[in-house]
Design a protein around this ligand. Structure first.
Ligand SMILES: Cc1cc2nc3c(=O)[nH]c(=O)nc-3n(C[C@H](O)[C@H](O)[C@H](O)COP(=O)(O)OP(=O)(O)OC[C@H]3O[C@@H](n4cnc5c(N)ncnc54)[C@H](O)[C@@H]3O)c2cc1C
Length: 347
């Protein structure tokens, strides 16, 4: 019998757990460890953020699903991975801190034969002073809760526009290292549509502020669509959409700071600019969630398992055993297998 632990009950972890339960016999145990009680279909947050969907439409509670499927569910966050176990038990282990109301803050440990690390992105609003809905001056659509706040802020801007007050709405990336351009691109056109529906588009200045070097780049160097033998680049396609809808684009921008009603950013030519806004939805840069790693003796191996940005090194699926001199050992299969789905998500 094998114990499989899935760390993170989001898009990847939840999907992996359901497939494992379907594919494996009941002799094997599948456990999901995740701090959240609800699952969120994150891509639909762009609809919540304009009030077209309610946050309850994009989330559902995990516990009943796992109960029905025969998947163990631990509401907790992982804080450390021990791929070689410890002197008492050679199986891998994850150190946990419980997050349910009943066990909030309690520490615990779970053993595994196989571990999937699907902990997703950490939202690094703090990399830009003044960014984000909690300690800053901008809204976000990264979580269902953030998107609900964004819809309220957008409605406020629409009310002002209806009262005849011109508004500048800025949508895009909150830092030069952001990687979720697709989500901001979709959201800016949802906002455009919402403003048109409200009959106030002509009074609104709508700006897409991005770190992309060209329109349609999406952080992946662009796309090519082929239809009937004719190829269209995503740059051509998106540029025509921006022009058709009257959405201004500022490219190659690194947001340095957000103050109330003002974004300060630097462009690729080194020039510094400012842009006044009434509504701003700027996505944060992502990193891996903070997880430590220890070897069998308890020595810190975090730097071996994780890249400096916190994402697990996806090429390293098992850690080679080391001799006491630190040289890798050959021969016997190493430690409990460990895979990651968190090598850098993008929208
Ligand atoms: C607004 C928006 C729109 C998007 N639209 C698209 C789209 O149209 N198409 C597309 O392909 N992608 C889209 N994306 C990107 C997509 O949502 C992500 O790539 C995807 O959610 C990543 O899945 P994941 O499971 O790695 O992370 P997540 O879905 O974020 O799940 C991570 C899970 O791990 C949990 N967790 C966090 N820390 C710990 C811990 N310490 N221990 C245990 N669990 C932990 C979290 O609570 C969460 O449940 C969009 C993203 C955004 C923000």
């Amino acid at each position: 019998m094998a114990e499989i632990v899935v760390l993170g009950g989001g898009v990847a972890g939840h999907t992996a757990a359901l497939h494992l339960r379907r594919l494996l016999s009941k002799a094997h145990a599948v456990t999901v460890v995740t701090p959240n009680a609800d699952w969120n279909w994150i891509p639909s947050n762009i609809w919540v953020g304009v009030g077209q969907m309610d946050s309850t439409d994009v989330v559902f509670p995990l516990a009943p699903v796992y109960r029905k499927q025969g998947i163990e569910y631990v509401q907790a966050k992982g804080v450390a991975i021990r791929p070689e176990g410890d002197p008492a038990d050679g199986r891998g282990a994850v150190d946990l801190v419980h997050t349910s109301a009943a066990r909030q803050g309690e520490t615990d440990q779970i053993r595994y034969d196989y571990l999937i690390n699907a902990t997703g992105p950490q939202l690094k609003f703090a990399m830009t002073p003044g960014l984000g809905p909690d300690n800053g001056h901008t809204v976000s659509v990264c979580t269902a809760g953030h998107a609900t706040q964004a819809a309220i802020a957008l409605q406020r801007a629409i009310t002002n526009l209806k009262a005849g007050e011109p508004q500048t709405l800025v949508v895009g990336m909150g830092h030069g290292t952001c990687t979720c351009e697709g989500a901001a691109f979709e959201y800016v056109f949802n906002v455009d549509h919402q403003l048109r529906e409200a009959g106030v588009r002509d009074r609104a200045r709508l700006v897409y502020l991005t770190n992309e070097a060209s329109l349609g780049d999406f952080g992946v160097g662009g796309l090519t669509f082929e239809e009937n033998g004719f190829q269209t680049s995503s740059e051509l396609w998106t540029a025509s959409l921006f022009r058709e809808r009257g959405v201004e684009a500022i490219l190659g921008a690194h947001v340095e700071m957000v103050e109330p009603g003002m974004v300060r950013y630097e462009t690729l030519d080194g020039a510094h600019h400012e842009l006044a806004f009434d509504f701003a939805m700027l996505l944060p840069p992502f990193g891996g969630v903070p997880l430590a790693a220890y070897d069998r003796a308890g020595a810190d191996i975090t730097g071996e398992l994780f890249a400096p940005n916190g994402f697990m090194r996806s090429t390293l699926t098992t850690r080679p055993r080391r001799s006491t001199t630190g040289r890798p050992l050959t021969g016997r299969a190493p430690t409990s297998p460990l895979v990651t789905t968190t090598s850098g998500p993008s929208g």
